[in-house]
Ligand binder design. Structure first.
Ligand SMILES: [Zn+2]
Ligand SMILES: [Zn+2]
Length: 248
């Protein structure tokens, strides 16, 4: 514990004057502290990014410095899912599953990236939800607002891993684009750890869109079985009558 903390302190000192310059993404490690969580003991690290103006976080478990094959999860901020418990996406389930997994490992990292709504920001995400209520899927809605289906960029994440001296990773992801994008930014990926969360009636279409249109490595969802106790809203959503399922 003591040695790890010292190492992080050293990294913070080493990063004090860090600046990549130019137009590429740059982040600076600015603070670190112990963070006991319901998923286990972690250290939380704050990164400041002069390039995107965001403050990113890393949740570190165990000794990852100079580590090989370190389990890594990249999580993009989702206010509605992570914090408010929305069922329109699977972000919170993914986050909790990843942290539970990491809690079982001796070492690992979760990077919490402040790119809300696949990079389009909170207000635009809610606008996209409005469009989804009119029948568009999640990718069509982003495109209707003038964005790409996915505006996320993992250059910052690659930089964060470099700053933390992680040598190679096993990526916890179902998203091949994420793997390619990280590799393009110089991250050595030695394996993939799948993360599979069960669908709910509200996020089925969202998950199917990710599988079919964004190439996520997810199993085809079985036909929905609705139990008697599921309320009428969920039933309507499953049948595609209400806005809820279209919105997912
Ligand atoms: Zn930099
Ligand atoms: Zn979400």
């Amino acid at each position: 514990m003591h040695a790890r903390k010292l190492t992080l302190e050293e990294l913070i000192r080493a990063d004090a004057d860090h600046d990549c310059g130019g137009s590429g993404a740059c982040v600076k490690l600015v603070a670190a502290a112990e963070l006991p969580t319901r998923f286990g003991e972690f250290q939380v690290v704050a990164f400041d990014s002069p390039t995107d103006g965001k403050e990113h976080a890393a949740l570190i478990r165990g000794d990852i410095f100079d580590g090989e094959d370190v389990p890594v999860r990249l999580h993009s901020e989702c206010l509605t899912g992570d914090t408010l418990g929305s069922l329109r996406c699977d972000c919170r389930d993914q986050l909790e599953l990843a942290l539970t997994e990491l809690g079982r490992h001796e070492a690992g990292v979760l990077l919490y990236l402040r790119q809300e709504g696949r990079g389009i920001g909170f207000a635009n995400k809610i606008k996209a939800y409005q469009l989804q209520e009119q029948g568009l899927d999640t990718i069509q809605a982003n495109e209707a607002l003038g964005f790409r289906g996915d505006e996320r960029d993992y250059e910052v994440a690659a930089h964060m891993l470099g700053t933390l001296r992680v040598r190679s990773i096993r990526l916890m992801s179902n998203n091949p684009t994420k793997i390619d994008d990280l590799a393009q930014h110089g991250v050595k990926i030695t394996g993939r750890i799948p993360l599979v969360v069960p669908a709910n009636p509200f996020n089925r279409r969202y998950l199917e869109t990710k599988r079919l249109k964004a190439g996520h490595l997810l199993a085809e969802l079985p036909p929905l079985t609705i139990h008697e106790q599921v309320d009428s809203m969920a039933r309507d959503a499953a049948n595609g009558h209400a806005g809820a399922e279209k919105a997912a």
